[in-house]
Design a protein around this ligand. Structure first.
Ligand code: SF4
Ligand code: SF4
Ligand code: SF4
Length: 292
């Protein structure tokens, strides 16, 4: 099957567009069935880069209406999927799927050309041998993150520092859940840099694509221990160990008082607020941490 494609730059920086050309022009990627045409009327598919803005959103809608069936739309790159770091831009109207229906999201900033090639091959239902070195992401590539719940303290540093607002942490129930929304991510690597526990790392796995944004995530769950007083969900084992280690790193002799420290850490803030013995424990903790 061949596919005629119209390329639409809605507000991209050109990085994605260059990778589209790399993917299409390099026969080694195996997407020779694709033909880039110069008008939407001649195309069955559109590859869109950048988010829709005041000027381009209406044009994008118009171009989509002129496409031939099956009117496939590939949203290429972080900006097309979510507007990413540009989402607060004064002239931005919305990611591509708020303007026209999107068939496939190809993620990255910019996506690897191989990533687009896989998407096109999937849409064309074509089989390509991807076992060669061309398909291996180079060392240092910042793509899909790997999260280790055994190290994560759910401290929130990554979510606070993420420039794209791509990380959600919630802890209402019996666990903390961290979600890295890949479709909002610019793959800047800040989460990896700020994580004090080395719990998140960006890997070279660039194969980031799919038809549903909701499936383009990396997540982890950390079970919470129950408060020893009220029995409500409280701290995680990893959080407790991290704080405990921090206290002991200030003064190793405090290991003799480990049970007091553990008792204080195992009591939720609500109970600490009403129990006099825990108020004392909290004061002790502050004294130990700040050595006052
Ligand atoms: S996703 Fe990155 S490379 Fe692509 S248009 Fe946006 S800023 Fe440029
Ligand atoms: S991944 Fe790291 S920075 Fe993010 S919540 Fe977990 S420990 Fe904190
Ligand atoms: S790499 Fe991490 S910090 Fe950067 S945008 Fe993605 S989730 Fe946010």
């Amino acid at each position: 099957m061949a596919l005629t494609v119209f390329r639409f730059d809605a507000s991209g920086c050109n990085g994605c567009d260059i990778e589209i050309l790399s993917a299409v022009l390099n026969p080694e990627y195996g997407i020779t069935g694709i033909e880039v045409v110069d008008a939407p009327d001649k195309a069955q598919a559109m590859i869109v880069t950048g988010g829709g803005n005041e000027k381009t959103a209406a044009l994008l809608k118009g171009a989509h209406s002129r496409l031939q069936e099956p009117k496939l739309v590939i949203a290429m790159g972080a900006c097309a999927a979510s507007m990413c770091v540009f989402k607060e831009g004064y002239n931005m109207r919305g990611p591509v799927d708020t303007v026209v229906p999107v068939s496939y999201f190809v993620l990255g900033c910019p996506p690897r050309p191989q990533n687009l090639a896989v998407a096109v091959q999937t849409l064309l239902k074509s089989d390509t041998d991807r076992s060669g070195p061309l398909w291996i992401g180079p060392e240092g590539l910042r793509a899909r993150m790997a999260h280790d719940p055994e190290k994560c303290t759910a401290c929130g540093a990554c979510a606070n520092m993420c420039p794209s607002g791509a990380i959600d942490i919630a802890g209402d129930g019996k666990e903390f859940r961290i979600v890295f929304n890949l479709w909002k991510c610019s793959f800047c690597g800040t989460c990896q840099q700020v994580c004090p526990e080395e719990a998140v790392k960006l890997t070279a796995d660039y194969n980031l694509q799919g038809g549903e944004k909701a499936s383009l995530i990396v997540s982890g769950t950390m079970a919470r221990e129950l408060c020893v007083v009220c029995g409500n969900p409280h701290i995680t084992k990893i959080q407790k160990a991290a704080v405990q280690n921090r206290i002991l790193s200030h003064d190793g002799t405090l290991s003799a008082r480990l049970s007091e420290i553990t008792s204080s850490l195992s009591t939720c803030p609500a109970c600490k607020a009403v129990i006099s013995r825990q108020t004392t424990a909290r004061k002790n903790m502050l004294r130990w941490v700040y050595r006052t």
